[in-house]
Design a protein around this ligand. Structure first.
Ligand code: COA
Length: 316
């Protein structure tokens, strides 16, 4: 079986920074409540110029610019993870391929498992490469959650944000993306929702999801590391879905990876659903202090469905 590896990262965020104090003017909330319960200090919201498609395209362009020797014409698979696509058809991956002039005609697939969508998409690409159906892929998470936010609902509008992240993934002689661990909790399938009967606005049973994360996430994270053939102390970076700092920090602690850097992009970016992991990792890799090449990074996300997926990747 052919292995696969991540070779480059990209991301995009709208320019508008919305601090908690701005939300205090919208709903009955406080900077203190948001920081203490969720850990968000500020988030990025679209300015009206960006769309979920345009953010995906910008993140993809950055990832391709960062991928040495690979351009849009080499890509044979595009997967977009999103739960905030504007239209039912065409799907976003098709629009990305068109915008990037991919006349070679790659496979173009959208994945909607809400916040866990990027990890699911990475697993699909890995499987396609392993079976010989793809060799060079673009995997994108893009979300315009503010299009689906009720700005009178303090339980959700303080969480949601906009942005996109992307990876370029290629075939590899060695396996640098571990086998996915994925699954779902059907009894909690309604815990995170964007339903037509609620004007397509984001809603969740926060406490139910929170309780599930506390009891189940550590076990699943251990399984992901085990399937990668690693010990927790060999993990150098922990990139979890950026839903709540109160979930991220204790989970990272329980994983028992004393040397791992923990992505906490939620503090400045809010919750961007399927975009949050690639966004957090791409920003970390573009920072002055990126994870070194060869590092092992745990990716693990959970969300609507209730679905979850995760894998370990080697940093290029
Ligand atoms: C959403 C979440 C941050 C809410 O935090 P919480 O501590 O569970 O808060 P609760 O929903 O129990 O609400 C506690 C109180 O704060 C109030 N509250 C809710 N939002 C508030 C806000 N923005 N500002 C001030 N008070 C708020 C509630 O009305 C409630 O008041 P009450 O006790 O008078 O009824 C938390 O439950 C969570 O992160 N859950 C998991 C979410 C998740 O991971 N989703 C999946 C992927 S997106």
């Amino acid at each position: 079986m052919t292995g696969s590896k991540v070779v480059a990262f990209g991301h995009f965020q709208p320019e508008r920074i919305v601090p908690n104090t701005e939300l205090e003017k919208l709903v009955e909330t406080s900077d203190e409540w948001i920081v203490r319960r969720v850990g968000i200090e500020e988030r990025r919201w679209g300015t009206g110029v960006e769309t979920v498609d345009s953010m995906a395209i910008k993140a993809a362009k950055m990832a391709l610019d960062n991928a040495e020797g690979i351009d849009a014409g080499d890509i044979d698979m595009v997967v977009v993870a999103t739960c905030t696509a504007t239209d039912r058809s065409p799907n976003m991956a098709a629009r990305v391929a068109n915008a990037l002039g991919m006349d070679q005609g790659p496979a173009t697939i959208d994945v909607n498992t809400a916040c866990s969508g990027f990890a699911h998409s990475l697993a699909l690409v890995q499987g396609a490469i392993a079976s010989g159906s793809a060799t060079k892929a673009l995997v994108i998470g893009s979300e315009m959650l503010t299009d689906f936010t009720d700005f009178t609902d303090r339980t959700t509008c303080v969480l949601t944000a906009d942005g996109a992240g992307a990876f370029v993934v290629t075939d590899s002689e060695t396996a640098e993306i571990s086998p996915v661990v994925w699954g779902s909790v059907p009894s909690l399938s309604d815990a995170v929702r964007i339903e037509a009967e609620n004007n397509s606005k984001f809603a969740q049973s926060g406490q139910s999801v929170y309780r599930w994360t506390v009891t189940q996430l550590p076990k699943i994270a251990s399984k992901i590391i085990e399937r990668a053939g690693l010990k927790p102390e060999e993990i150098d970076g922990i990139i979890l879905h950026q839903a709540n700092l109160r979930i991220i920090e204790p989970l990272a602690e329980k994983i028992g990876a004393p040397n791992a850097r923990i992505a906490t992009d939620i503090v400045h970016s809010g919750n961007t659903s399927a975009a949050s992991m690639p966004l957090a990792l791409s920003k970390l890799m573009a920072s002055d202090d990126p994870l070194p090449s060869g590092s092992k990074a745990l990716l693990f996300a959970f969300g609507g469905g209730l679905s979850y997926a995760g894998q370990v990747i080697t940093i290029p």
